[in-house]
Design a protein around this ligand. Sequence first.
Ligand SMILES: *Cc1c(COP(=O)(O)O)cnc(C)c1O
Length: 362
Amino acid sequence: MAHVKLHIPGPVEVSEKTFRAFCQPMIGHRGQGFKDLYARIQPRLQALLSTKQLVFLSTSSAWGVMEGALRNLVTKKVLNCMCGAFSDKWYDVARRCGKDAEPLQVPWGSPIRAEAVDAKLATGQFDALTFIHNETSTGVMSPLAEIAALKAKYPDVMFIVDCVSSLTAVPVEFDKLGVDVVLAGTQKALALPPGMCLFVCSPAALAKAATVKDRGYYFDFVEFQKNAEQNMTPSTPSIAHVYALDSKLEDIFTEGLAARYARHAQLAQMTRAWAARHGFTLFPEAGFESHTLTCVNNGARPGGRVINVPEFQKRVKDRGFLIDGGYGKIKGTTFRISNMGDETEATMKALFAAMDEALQGL
Ligand SMILES: *Cc1c(COP(=O)(O)O)cnc(C)c1O
């Protein structure tokens, strides 16, 4: 069966080069070959995240580390900043882990604002917060730097930040931001197969984790640090992902970070222009649109054109591309188009041409 090219916001299309790297022969994960591989990618991961801290590799999807961060760092109460399906779910996960948790909920489509976070933290009840930089379900990018700036005012609160669908598409300077955890899954802007999560912890996060008794084993941040110091992971990793990451980092630094960020911004802008050209409005509040995906309004809010999304998706798929029909409670009343990973002006134009045809008569 012919491959349908992925333009859903994860997993995204994986290049031939990445797949070739992924499919190299296995090596032992305690041997020198693996340590050399890990040591080779570490400086580039640190450059990507602008950090002196060691970057950890978890064989799990992002949720593993999202849950792990709660188990490692929350002893009092966590503030869950909620603005869409993923950030809402993090509150649910905190409660499932038995943590005392409180929502800071804004309507889907709105960003999380620093003032609201400040007001909650000022109560002194919290020792951690969860925040999603780019809410993939709504296409909203919240102001990470403004929220991270609050860390100076609340140094004892652990700032846990999900950059799953923004890392490598938008600058995320870990040390400068001063937050405690940044994590990102591999199947979004990194354009690797799903199944691995990168993350980095502040010295304060590692020190706090070391005092927390029921943090478990698989996602124990202290174990990650101890092993990373030896260029290893606590348990057997997906070695194929590490090969693929090595190859992807080569691509990223050949292109250059600034060029990669500019490319994502430009392709997202092109997608918004496509939507406007066809009479659609956008779901996110103006000024907070994501650089990695576009969430198009299709009746979720007043204004703009409304179409039959499943029919549109089907017609686009018949032309070789998979787009997303909306997530959770905004399924069908929005649809989403990803431009993250390896996309270019030419590949986006090919998608737009298919969508132009598919829209006719809808
Ligand atoms: C995809 C996504 C996740 C969840 O990732 P999994 O790979 O399914 O664990 C979490 N947060 C954001 C922002 C995402 O886009």
